[in-house]
Design a protein around this ligand. Structure first.
Ligand SMILES: [Zn+2]
Length: 206
């Protein structure tokens, strides 16, 4: 017997076996052959517990695109002397269904006296940035301003989460001290992205 949660939220592909007619009847997006219920398209299963009918909710085929001006939460993939390459995970309040590449340049980091970009971000950092342009297939990002920068960083020595201690980041596990261009929201998850987006747009034209 499959659990109820599994039944109501399972990702299925066309032709996947969902169960048998003794458990539920096929509804929208499902069909039956010799007592076995299959899905007819890709989507999420939804079992109506009252009528015991299984339906498939189709997945959205529309690709959500990041927009200039939006906030972006990105994971740092690599750093070099002049730019940081990231993967944009989500934009102002929504997740993207395909990955996008975002690049932060030395002049849009938001730290004035920086020897190299290796000091600002490191791979795996989760960074809050603003999308300031789209060129050559990349999104160009800025982390200028105290609201933007790292939200979560990991210790280069042992991989534990770094805690912000004043102007530095410290590892509570091994004591290692590192630098980052961090956001005032570092370590917080209660960010009002819509309000922050409006505030940043009023400050800077993109
Ligand atoms: Zn450490």
């Amino acid at each position: 017997m499959v659990s109820m949660k599994e039944k109501s939220e399972r990702l299925v592909l066309p032709g996947d076996r969902l169960g048998v007619v003794e458990e539920f009847s096929p509804g929208h997006g499902a069909f039956e052959i010799d007592g076995t219920v299959f899905s007819s398209f890709a989507g999420l299963t939804y079992l109506d517990l009252k009528s015991r009918v299984i339906n498939i909710k189709p997945l959205s085929r529309k690709v959500l695109m990041p927009k200039v001006g939006d906030l972006a939460i990105c994971e740092v993939i690599s750093t070099s002397e002049k730019h940081v390459t990231t993967q944009i995970i989500r934009g102002s309040g929504r997740f993207f269904n395909i990955p996008f590449t975002g690049v932060i340049h030395l002049k849009t980091i938001g730290v004035r006296y920086l020897k190299s970009l290796y000091e600002a971000y490191k791979p795996r950092d989760i960074v809050l940035a603003q999308i300031i342009g789209m060129k050559n297939g990349f999104y160009h990002l800025s982390t200028q301003g105290m609201e933007l920068g790292a939200l979560l960083s990991y210790c280069s020595q042992c991989g534990s989460n770094l805690k912000r201690e004043g102007a530095f980041m410290q590892c509570k596990n091994c004591g290692n001290v590192e630098k980052r261009k961090f956001s005032i929201f570092y370590g917080r998850s209660d960010i009002d992205y819509d309000r922050l987006r409006v505030r940043l747009l009023s400050r800077r034209r993109v």
